[in-house]
Write a protein that binds this ligand. Structure first.
Ligand code: DAH
Length: 348
């Protein structure tokens, strides 16, 4: 029995020396240590022995089996460790590798125009005031001197929500009405009102259905058209550079008298005419005027004591001009290929 054990030990050791990896080791384990393998078979030899011998050789066999097991285990651990190290080596993070390029946009240029306007007018002592986008017809039209059948209503194709009484505001001018009602005919007013407006327009490179306006209103006791001129001129110079000029052209709005349209000199061609100013050298950017006495009266201000001016800019239009874009739809589209470059297009 002893010889048998020693012969088997030698054979197993020889075979173990040839093992190259975990697979080999498992194959060998199956061959020698399975239930019917040679190590288990040794016990068959005990069957015909007497009790003392059974004890003696039984112990030898058990020790041998334990010994073989631990050899297999030790090798298994060795190979597993090797494999783990190989894996770790493969998955090592090289912190000197360049990172993945994550595309990022830049702030919306329409939004930037609004923020810039807020900052500028606040520096002149204006308050920033907002009004609701769902507005009453009464504020959006009637109290701005546009009664129900007024033909000028057609100029702003309006989204009505309910019974011609509630609408999506088509202009920020109703914020003027709200501010005057709050001023109760007693307080001077100096406000800037940025905000969204909605119109049923055919969408094209220069028209959107949803866009921002920047409304301004000043009510006080000695306000004249030249205050309007100086204010708008300073803002336009702030946005487009100090060489930019502004001019007034007579116009018509029901809520102002006199009414004007304000043009700025083209920043792209210095007045000689180009694609942007088509080809006049001047670009219209604002509607404005002196607040109509009817509006003052309806909103509780006595037109014999108070005067005011008001203006309304289209923020998308300003953004297009400042960032040299010929299609305003791109500003709302969130296409990273465009938004990435917004900042680089700034003209000043
Ligand atoms: N609300 C006008 C529009 O959307 C713009 C405007 C014109 C605003 C004259 C004013 C103003 O405050 O006085 O076309």
């Amino acid at each position: 029995m002893k010889d048998k054990i020693e012969a088997l030990r030698k054979r197993i050791e020889e075979r173990l020396n040839e093992v190259k990896d975990l697979n080999n080791l498992n194959e060998l384990k199956n061959e020698y240590l399975s239930k019917k393998g040679p190590v288990s078979e040794l016990s068959n030899g005990l069957r015909d022995m007497d009790v003392d011998k059974k004890k003696e050789f039984g112990k030898l066999i058990t020790d041998f089996r334990n010994d073989v097991y631990s050899k297999f285990e030790a090798l298994k651990e060795k190979y597993e460790l090797e494999e783990l190290n190989r894996k770790l080596e493969k998955e090592k993070i090289d912190i000197s590798m360049p990172g993945l390029d994550i595309q990022s946009g830049s702030p919306c240029i329409e939004e930037k125009i609004l923020e810039e306007a807020e900052d500028f007018f606040m520096s002149l002592g204006y308050d920033v005031v907002e009004g609701p986008e769902i507005e009453l017809d009464k504020y959006n039209f009637e109290m701005l001197n546009l009664p129900k059948e007024h033909p000028a209503r057609d100029a702003q194709d309006t989204y009505y929500l309910k019974d011609e009484e509630i609408l999506l505001r088509s202009q920020t001018s109703p914020v003027q009405v709200r501010a005057m009602l709050e001023g109760k005919g007693e307080k001077p007013i100096r406000i800037i009102c940025p905000g969204k407006v909605y119109r049923k327009e055919d969408i094209n490179p220069t028209h959107e259905q949803e866009f921002d306006q920047i409304e301004g209103l000043v009510i006080d006791k000695n306000i004249s058209l030249s205050d309007l001129k100086g204010t708008v001129d300073a803002y336009v110079k702030h946005v487009f550079g100090k060489d930019t000029e502004t001019r007034f052209r007579p116009s018509y709005y029901p809520f102002t008298e006199p009414s004007v349209e304000i043009d700025m000199s083209c920043i792209y061609c210095d007045g000689s005419g180009c694609n942007m100013c088509k080809p006049k050298g001047w670009i219209t950017i604002c509607g404005a005027g002196m607040v109509h006495p009817n509006v003052l009266r309806m909103c509780g201000y006595d037109p014999d004591k108070w005067q005011g001016f008001a203006f309304g800019f289209g923020a998308l239009r300003l953004a297009m001009l400042k960032y040299n874009m010929d299609d305003m739809r791109i500003i709302h589209e969130n296409d990273l290929r465009e938004t990435e470059n917004f900042d680089r297009k700034e003209v000043k």
